[in-house]
Write a new protein. Sequence first.
Length: 230
Amino acid sequence: MGLDENKDKEGGHVAEDDKQTSGSHAGGGDEQQPPVAVNEEEEDENAASKIQLGPQCTLKEQLEKDKDDESLRKWKEQLLGSVDFDNIGETLEPEVKILSLSILSADRPDIVLSVPEDGKPPGLWFTLKEGSHYNLKFSFQVNNNIVSGLKYTNTVWKTGMKVDSSKEMLGTFSPQPEAYVHVMPEETTPSGLFARGTYSAKTKFLDDDNKCYLEINYTFDIRKEWVAIS
């Protein structure tokens, strides 16, 4: 969330691997042709496509399986952690709710952001000071089923041009009554005359099936100083 000046310096963006193409070989009729190289990625994809996945079932159904096997039941409970077994949903789909969002900086008190239900905060959502160090902190709750590969993505534009893009893998989480809390790595806002101004951004929370649990489209400012606290 916001903009990180250090990404370009540290090589924060991962470039796609260069694709190589092999030239054609011309030879006489009796010359032996070189062996055809096998692309390992294609081989892995073909093997994966042949894997037959079993039927999906709810977390409650998973827990009901082998319930008479005490050692297996204890292993499942240990694996799932502090799951509220009395309030597990009957649905396959997990439910992830973002409860709070805040910006932490040593220069000022925490900026607590309202979480918009429609994903569109009215007006300017927040203001950052140029050259400041900050972390994004958020809490979320998981219900019904395990959410796999939850991740955070953020894209920033200025005057219609994309200036920053980031992604953070959060992990896999089981349902529990207590909220999970995550603090993002520290970021630094850019500084200087050209860095100041208004930015538009899009933040998403998705799982490994690309199911989006929250999308926020917002605007923020980078200014010379923090906005005075009223």
